[in-house]
Design a protein around this ligand. Structure first.
Ligand code: GTP
Length: 300
């Protein structure tokens, strides 16, 4: 009698300071866009599960907001809590850093990880940016000396380099057990949630350095009209001046953002989308715990 092949499955947290490429890595590993990305730090506000099923098992990735110390508003406190709470609850942590760079924030994130005692694989991302490849070896040596990592894997999330190697190393660490989710499920989030995230992505990408952090997106209406979706989104801001900036001269700025978000939704949902976006004012939403909860920023 031949033994049946081993099935492995487990939760894998993706942890690292803001902007190292965690969301890009998740999207690439899943093979579909789930998490929004931008060049601004702290784009990720919510924890998203991304599920990848293979013949030999299942990896359930947990994309967390970056671990960071800055800021003391309720939103920042929420982001920190969300990242810290998952570390002790997963089977493996991917600690993502940027090739050639080590900052105080990387150090803080690693210190927080080490306390939990969960196995950690170091993922050295953005190797495509490293002009001189000979710099990689001393970087890996220095990183390896900082923690007892299971493995150190240089990758490029943008190009997809070395991700097959990373996947094999992840699978080897996961416990032997049945799959945690049905094999055709790729996320725990609703299409409604993903739609809000796509509008927020445009805000992050298009507007100044501060403004996007003072906004929130709510999907007021989401309707499946049989093969096409009708979606109404609200962008919450704190002041009239912010509203004027988002709408722009003759409404041009908002029109462009909504048009791009709509195209992204069509790609994600694979059907025509009719999208309407309004901007409304709600004072101090980002420092008000009750307002945060009503906009979906609560732990789950
Ligand atoms: N050159 C290069 N850029 C990358 C790579 N991976 C991610 N980036 C870029 O780095 C920036 C940040 O990527 P994200 O995936 O949003 O980073 P994050 O760690 O999720 O950021 P937070 O949401 O702030 O925690 C984006 O502009 C990405 O395009 C990579 O492998 N190579």
């Amino acid at each position: 009698m031949t033994a049946s092949p081993t099935n492995r499955s487990g939760y894998v947290a993706i942890i690292g300071r803001p902007n190292v490429g965690k969301s890009t890595l998740l999207n690439r590993l899943i093979g579909q866009k789930l998490a929004i990305t931008s060049h601004k730090a702290q784009t990720t506000r919510h924890t998203i599960l991304g599920i990848k099923t293979r013949e030999d098992g299942q990896m359930v990735f947990v994309d967390t907001p970056g671990l960071h110390q800055r800021g003391s508003s309720a939103l920042n406190r929420y982001l920190n809590r969300a990242a810290r709470s998952v570390i002790g609850e997963v089977d493996l942590v991917l600690f993502v850093v940027e090739a050639g760079r080590w900052t105080h924030e990387d150090d803080q994130a690693l210190t927080a990880l080490a306390v939990a005692g969960t196995p950690v694989i170091a993922v050295i991302n953005k190797i495509d940016r490293l002009g001189d490849r000979t710099r990689l070896l001393p970087y890996l040596e220095a990183l390896g000396a900082r923690h007892g990592f299971r493995d150190l894997v240089p990758v490029s999330a943008v190009r997809g380099d070395q991700l097959d190697v990373l996947e094999s190393l992840i699978m080897a660490v996961l416990p032997e057990r049945e799959n945690l989710f049905p094999s055709d499920q790729i996320t725990d989030r609703s299409e409604r949630f993903l739609a809000a995230e796509l509008v927020r992505e445009q805000l992050m990408r298009r507007y100044g350095d501060e403004l996007p952090y003072r906004t929130a997106v709510e999907i007021e209406h989401f309707e499946d009209l049989g093969g096409r979706y009708r979606i109404h989104a609200l962008i919450w801001v704190e002041r009239p001046g912010q509203k004027a900036i988002i709408i722009g001269d003759k409404g041009e700025a908002l029109k462009a953002a909504a048009s791009e978000a709509r195209q992204q939704m069509q790609r994600m949902f694979d059907c025509p989308v009719h999208l309407e976006v309004w901007v409304k004012i709600r004072k101090n939403w980002s420092s008000d715990e009750a307002a945060l909860a009503s906009l979906g920023y609560r732990e789950h």
